[in-house]
Write a protein that binds this ligand. Structure first.
Ligand SMILES: Nc1nc2c(c(=O)[nH]1)N[C@H]1C(S)=C(S)[C@@H](COP(=O)(O)O)O[C@H]1N2
Ligand SMILES: [Mo]
Length: 246
């Protein structure tokens, strides 16, 4: 984005001050190339901003299966679940002007989005469900996301084979309209199996990016300090692609 603005400014400067120069062959070629680059960057961005398909109520899977952690076994999660998640907090920290600690009530009070989408797991199954929650972009705006931030990291309450689950996305996905912090599935509070009380829905990405059991959202400049540096639990352990766009 920043490069694009710089390029636009350069091109405007050239057009204003150097219109004679642009008549000469090499500069005209440069401008053509810059324009090509601008056009393809714009097309790539537009395709990433496109919406995932949304379905009708009658398409909803009778039961939305669970995968990975199905019931976090840590004492802290167990206690929270026993308590109906009444004291659950979602922290928003890192490169933000205003760190937050949101209660479930506060999350339910934000403007909500409901969407019926298909979840695709790399292991070869899909399920259609209806998800409700605030857009991540609204929460990042509330926290005054810094200009320095390039990625959003999701920290989870569960441990899978002894290590905490985590994931990350870039700002195009973070501000995608269908990227929400879901607290409801099919008109009911999220079941434990599917990530209670909060999970990410990032509908243009494969299943493993949809972090469940969210405890914190962290804005970072790069992913080198997160886990083993590849941006996610499975990326670090099984060579899953960080970019899992669908
Ligand atoms: N915290 C956490 N998030 C997770 C996982 C997990 O094990 N722990 N598994 C991932 C995988 S591989 C998939 S396919 C989906 C499964 O979501 P579901 O259990 O609601 O079907 O959650 C993803 N998010
Ligand atoms: Mo998955």
């Amino acid at each position: 984005m920043k490069r694009r603005n710089l390029l636009a400014a350069m091109m405007a400067g050239m057009a204003a001050g150097c219109s004679k120069l642009a008549d000469t062959q090499p500069i005209a070629t440069l401008l053509d190339r810059a324009e090509d680059w601008h056009r393809s960057a714009h097309r790539a961005l537009a395709s990433r901003q496109a919406l995932a398909r949304e379905f009708d109520r009658q398409d909803i899977s009778p039961s939305f299966r669970g995968n990975g952690t199905l019931d976090p076994a840590t004492p802290a999660y167990r206690a929270a679940a026993q308590n109906g998640f009444a004291d659950w907090r979602l922290a928003v920290h890192g490169l933000v002007g205003q760190p937050l600690s949101l209660s479930l009530e506060e999350i339910r009070t934000l403007p909500q989005r409901t969407q019926i989408t298909r979840h695709d797991c790399v292991e070869g199954w899909s399920a259609i469900g209806q998800w409700t929650g605030p857009q991540l972009g609204i929460i990042l705006d509330l926290a005054q996301l810094s200009e320095e931030a390039n990625y959003i990291v999701f920290h989870c309450a569960d441990h899978l084979n002894g290590a905490a689950y985590y994931e990350s996305i870039d700002l195009v996905d973070a501000y995608h309209p269908q990227t929400i912090i879901a607290h409801r599935l099919n008109d009911a509070p999220l079941p434990v199996r599917n990530g209670a009380p909060l999970r990410l829905r990032v509908e243009r990405q494969l299943g493993y990016k949809h972090a469940k059991y969210l405890t914190a959202i962290e804005a970072v400049k790069d992913l080198s300090g997160i886990g083993q540096g590849k941006g996610g639990y499975w990326e670090d352990r099984a060579n899953y692609q960080w970019y899992a766009g669908i």
